[in-house]
Write a protein that binds this ligand. Structure first.
Ligand code: TRP
Ligand code: SF4
Length: 333
């Protein structure tokens, strides 16, 4: 029997290259090796944006389109929407009952989220009961499919630790080794920073979207930070101090390309503007097939909705099997 992965993303709208390199690319590879479930976590979006839901439906579709365009194959993987699998909410109730309050209060990921919320919405913005339950709901997502592994970024690992604790506690309380203790599956690709050298993020306006046009991408790349000590093309450059542009070369270039850039930069034979023009072209070349596929899905939204409907049906069948056992173990009627 194949081992099983579950992973999800909040519907934050159109995804950027950080999502692609950090998460999606990993999923695309893993889907051939594991029985795979990928879902859009629209309930998790409500934990912080319950009062800003105007674009939520469109955001769900946008995330799904980015996944499909990037190579998530709905023939191999089950692609679904969290709120379309209501069994998860029931499991969330059972897991909430057995989770000690201090386990969720200690969650460092949650502490970070609250900090961000406070700085955005003001000092007195309260943590809701739902937000406090974020890691429990996430555990329900994962345990709903009884996953063995969860492919996530390093920032999510503390959540997965709680899931393992909750799974162990469930098995202990209801006296059966029913749930797996799912392990995080980290990917080892280098993190891509934003154009300004900080973490790439939508709200920092330093990101390149998968969905950006070639023109927009080229323009954005021209704003990437380079070696700050360099004023003229003939100044000798320091690729290792070229904070963003050279890092991007190292991510997207071949070994030969990277060596050539380094050599010419250090000898003062390469201007930064030219260098970034080439870099933009390289990135556009790499994403051309993904963007073409993306345009196809943008023009066939009904097909995307069908995929999510079908995937959610498949996920529910799996979820109902697990839930039947859970109800039996907890002694529900
Ligand atoms: N918290 C995750 C994020 O912000 C999204 C998520 C929700 C998730 N449920 C999950 C990830 C279950 C993995 C497994 O990216
Ligand atoms: Fe960076 Fe390229 Fe300029 Fe060298 S030439 S500093 S690698 S942008």
């Amino acid at each position: 029997m194949k081992e099983r992965i579950v992973s999800g993303m909040r519907p934050t709208g159109k995804l950027h290259l950080g999502h692609y390199l950090g998460v999606i690319q990993n999923w695309v590879e893993l889907q051939h090796k594991y029985d795979s479930f990928f879902f859009v976590a629209d309930w998790h979006a409500l934990t912080t944006k319950y009062d800003k839901t105007e674009s939520l439906r469109d955001d769900v579709i946008d995330v799904a389109i980015d996944w499909l365009a990037s190579g998530i194959d709905p023939e191999i993987s089950t692609v679904y929407v969290q709120s379309m699998v209501p069994e998860i909410a029931e499991l969330n109730v059972y897991l909430g009952m057995i989770t000690p309050q201090n386990w969720v209060e200690r969650d460092p990921c949650l502490k970070d989220m609250v900090k961000i919320l406070r700085t955005k919405d003001g000092q007195d913005s309260q943590m809701s009961y739902g937000l406090l339950g974020y890691p429990v709901l996430m555990s329900a997502d994962i345990m709903m499919m009884n996953a063995t592994h969860v492919p996530v970024g390093i920032d999510q690992v503390a959540h997965i630790e709680i899931t393992r604790d909750i799974a162990r506690r469930f098995n202990h309380i209801y006296k059966e080794e029913f749930f797996n203790e799912p392990k995080p599956l980290l990917n080892h690709c280098s993190l891509i920073c934003g154009l300004d050298g900080n973490k790439m993020g939508k709200s920092f306006q330093n990101d390149i979207k998968i969905s950006d046009t070639e023109e927009v991408t080229a323009k954005k790349i021209m704003t990437a930070i380079t070696d700050r000590s360099r004023l003229r093309k003939t100044d000798l450059g320091h690729p290792d101090e070229c904070e963003v542009a050279f890092k991007y070369w190292e991510i997207f270039g071949t070994k030969e390309q990277i060596e050539k850039v380094r050599f010419e930069c250090e000898k003062g034979e390469r201007g930064c503007a030219d260098c970034k023009r080439q870099l933009g072209a390289l990135i556009n070349e790499k994403f051309a097939p993904i963007r073409e596929k993306r345009r196809y899905y943008e023009n066939h939204i009904d097909e995307v909705k069908d995929i999510l409907n079908e995937g959610s049906k498949k996920a529910r069948i799996e979820a109902q099997k697990i839930l039947t056992e859970v109800r039996r173990l907890v002694k529900m009627y």
